[in-house]
Design a protein around this ligand. Structure first.
Ligand code: GDP
Ligand code: ZN
Length: 459
């Protein structure tokens, strides 16, 4: 692929800020910059060493547009591997906009979302999984999800995929030698060896594939819904978790009219937490909307937290919800455990594992830590060391690995049935191809468009 045009965009976030940056990438970058910039020293940009910040002004028809610092980064050691110019101007909407317009007038084209990163990929500086990690780094919600994205950006997933592909190549090479020189005195692979090697490769791919569940949560958050009848302490719980008073807490049942959504960091897990108006029948129209919504959230949630009131006996409503969460990923909280208990815990145990039942006091902030531990346990599946390994956070990667696993299963089946080698070869070529989809070695133009459409402009 050959990229000829020069692109430009505002690289900083919109709104007021100390500085704004206009970024240009491509062959014409330097010419455009020389054309609109006048350094205070009177020297041209190209007379300076690349990567020097040069002080001066952007001019249009001899009129100063803004006072700026310009940096010229010479290909190939740049973000895109092309010539890059960055103009640091005053923050705010107008300065960056005026400078960008001027740059476009001089021949650059407005960059599409993610196009700088796309060029970094097309020009071979990073692979596709690294390009995708750029957006994950930008959007990371907790330190841990940031670390995972940062690892991926550094190429940890890329090198893992490369190892898997090398193994597939090795198997393919054995098969091909046996096909091409059937009678000669070369060492031919036995079906048994082939089987063992394939099984080994399969295990490695599956192991990576299985990180996808946790990985997705780390990237997108664990959708969590708090349910329970009115006045059990749902909002108080949310407040205790948020450690700040955002939700409205009162003694009147049903004051949580709408749905409140918050992100909280639970031991590195981004918990997308939702407090609902409670699942119950009501005639109140406004509340009904909340109830409708809460039903919808309930269905879609990854984790359901049911709050019960220790100071009241279990009601039909409680039992009703307990029944609904029986087959779900759920935690039952017995709130108000600071008050004398009237709740029969034995009944609750019929619906949910004992270790998923936690006594808390939202008001006194007792038991919140235990709740956080249980959530972390659920997500990390008791394996906190997962924190350090490479994780599949991206659905596209997950799907590609799934296809690789399906193909290797086909291959293993063919080996077991002693099928001809050229038949088996096809499956392993597929394994190799599907693994390559993750790193972008085998990828379509359409897919690239879909991936980079998700980026912000200027990245
Ligand atoms: P919601 O309707 O389920 O959201 O319940 P709220 O959070 O609005 O709480 C209802 C009432 O229960 C309020 O008066 C709270 O102060 C009280 N409450 C909540 N948590 C506790 C608790 O742990 N102990 C006690 N004693 N009262 C609580
Ligand atoms: Zn509430």
């Amino acid at each position: 692929m050959y990229i000829d045009d020069t692109i430009a965009a505002i690289a900083t976030a919109p709104g007021e800020g100390g500085i704004g940056i206009v970024r240009i990438s491509g062959k014409q970058s330097l010419d455009i910059a020389e054309d609109i910039f006048k350094s205070v020293s009177g020297k041209k940009i190209k007379e300076y060493n690349p990567r020097t910040l040069i002080y001066g002004n952007i001019l249009e028809d001899d009129k100063i547009v803004d006072e700026v610092l310009v940096a010229y980064m010479k290909a190939p050691y740049t973000y895109t591997k092309e010539d890059v110019i960055e103009i640091n101007c005053h923050g705010g909407f107008l300065s960056v906009k005026k400078i960008l317009e001027l740059v476009l007038k001089k021949g650059a084209r407005l960059a599409e979302p993610g196009e700088f990163t796309k060029r970094a990929f097309l020009n071979g500086r990073i692979d596709l999984s690294q390009a995708e990690a750029v957006i994950d780094v930008i959007r990371a919600k907790t330190d841990l999800s940031y670390d995972i994205a940062q690892n991926q950006l550094e190429g940890s997933l890329s090198s893992q995929i490369k190892k898997l592909r090398d193994k597939a190549t090795e198997i393919l090479a054995h098969i091909e030698v046996s096909i091409d020189f059937p009678d000669e005195d070369v060492e031919h692979i036995t079906y048994e060896t082939l089987y063992n090697k394939s099984q080994e490769l399969k295990n490695d791919i599956v192991k990576l594939y299985e990180t996808a569940e946790t990985g997705k949560i780390m990237r997108d958050g664990l959708k969590t819904v708090i349910v329970g009848k009115p006045n059990v302490g749902k909002s108080s719980l949310l407040n205790a978790i948020l450690k700040e008073s955002r939700a409205i807490v009162t003694d009147i049942p049903g004051t949580t009219r709408d749905v409140i959504e918050e992100f909280v960091n639970i031991k590195g897990i981004p918990l997308k937490i939702i407090d609902t108006a409670g699942i119950r029948e009501t005639d109140d129209i406004v509340e009904k909307i909340g109830v409708e919504k809460s039903k919808e959230f309930f269905e879609k949630a990854d984790l359901v937290i049911l709050v019960l009131d220790a100071s009241r006996e279990l009601s039909e409503e409680d039992i009703d919800i307990l029944q609904k969460i029986k087959d779900r990923q759920a935690i039952v909280l017995i709130n108000k455990s600071d008050l004398p208990s009237k709740l029969d815990e034995e009944i609750i145990k019929e619906y949910i594992d004992e270790h998923r039942i936690i006594k808390i006091s939202a008001i006194q902030r007792i038991g919140i830590e235990k709740l956080e531990d249980e959530i972390a346990n659920m997500v990390y599946k008791g394996d906190v060391s997962q924190k350090n390994t490479v994780m599949i956070t991206n659905i596209r990667h997950k799907n590609a690995l799934k296809k690789a696993i399906d193909s290797i299963n086909d291959g293993i089946k063919a080996i077991k049935e002693n099928m001809p080698l050229d038949f088996i070869e096809v499956d392993f070529k597929d394994v190799w191809t599907y693994l390559g989809e993750v790193s972008g070695d085998t990828v379509s133009e359409d897919l690239l468009d879909t991936i980079f459409r998700d980026f912000c402009i200027g990245k």
